[in-house]
Write a protein that binds this ligand. Structure first.
Ligand SMILES: CC(C)(COP(=O)(O)OP(=O)(O)OC[C@H]1O[C@@H](n2cnc3c(N)ncnc32)[C@H](O)[C@@H]1OP(=O)(O)O)[C@@H](O)C(=O)NCCC(=O)NCCS
Length: 225
């Protein structure tokens, strides 16, 4: 019920959705005020839980046992693979692909056309339990983050940068940078790494088995939001 006593739905999902049994949409929490809203052609796999106060664009796809908490905005054509945790208060752009076992804490911002490799962890508290500041990372568009990376609190990763597997990113990364190692060292992107992520790899909503392949992204306008 809302404040005026009206019955409200917990979630609103667009046309042509595949919502598996065992999915929870619009999970309520103290202080929520809006239903979960998801666009057309969603695929939400079993075991996933999406909280209230969440707005997700069209052609969203998520794997099994994904947790997406409240006050999140996610753009169109995003994919979140199995066992990812997206804590509340996030902004995620269009065409973002997040591989399995990724942790994203609150107040993180992820731009358009970003790729995040498996097992990557974002952090948002520099001195947890020793002071109260919470500052998530800001990831600009077309960034590619490899597997097993740790992104420290408040770090900004500039447009088109590439973060090597296993890096610990503890400082801002300028645009067009390759960051590698622990802690990450920076160099200009070498010529063998393209300066942008390929839209044809981010947007067709193809699943692991090649099903649901969709070419309609080619007729949509994909300038950044
Ligand atoms: C960073 C990366 C793009 C480099 O690939 P590359 O341009 O072909 O470079 P090379 O493999 O020739 O390595 C060049 C140098 O960097 C080092 N290097 C490569 N990857 C590294 C990494 N992740 N961390 C630290 N050093 C690395 C190599 O050891 C080599 O050093 P050397 O010259 O002293 O021998 C690649 O190794 C990488 O990490 N890709 C991301 C993979 C990933 O996480 N995918 C996720 C989806 S499955």
């Amino acid at each position: 019920m809302d404040e005026s006593g009206q019955e409200c739905p917990d979630y609103l999902v667009g046309a042509n959705a595949q919502i598996d049994p065992g999915v929870t949409l619009g999970y309520r929490y103290p202080g929520d005020s809006q239903p979960t809203r998801i666009g057309d052609h969603a695929i939400i796999r079993s075991g996933s839980i999406i909280y209230a106060n969440t707005t997700i664009g069209h052609r969203f796809q998520c794997g099994h046992q994904v947790l997406i908490r409240g006050e999140i905005t996610i753009g169109d054509r995003c994919v979140v693979h199995h066992k990812c945790t997206l804590e509340g208060r996030l902004k995620i752009g269009h065409g973002v692909k997040i591989m399995a076992h990724v942790y994203v804490p609150s107040r993180t911002t992820i731009g358009d056309f970003v790729f995040i490799g498996p097992g990557t962890t974002f952090l948002n508290a520099k001195y947890p339990m020793r002071e109260g500041t919470v500052q998530g990372a800001i990831i600009e568009e077309h960034v590619c983050i490899g597997g097993g990376v740790t992104i420290c609190p408040g770090v900004r990763i500039g447009r088109s940068s590439f973060i090597a597997a296993g890096a610990v990113v503890n400082k801002d990364v300028p645009p067009g940078t390759l960051a590698m190692g622990v802690p990450a060292r920076h160099q200009a992107l070498p010529p063998n790494i393209l300066p942008e992520n390929l839209l044809e790899q981010l947007l067709p909503q193809t699943d692991l088995f090649g099903a649901h392949h969709d070419e309609t992204w080619k007729t949509e306008n994909w300038t950044s939001s």
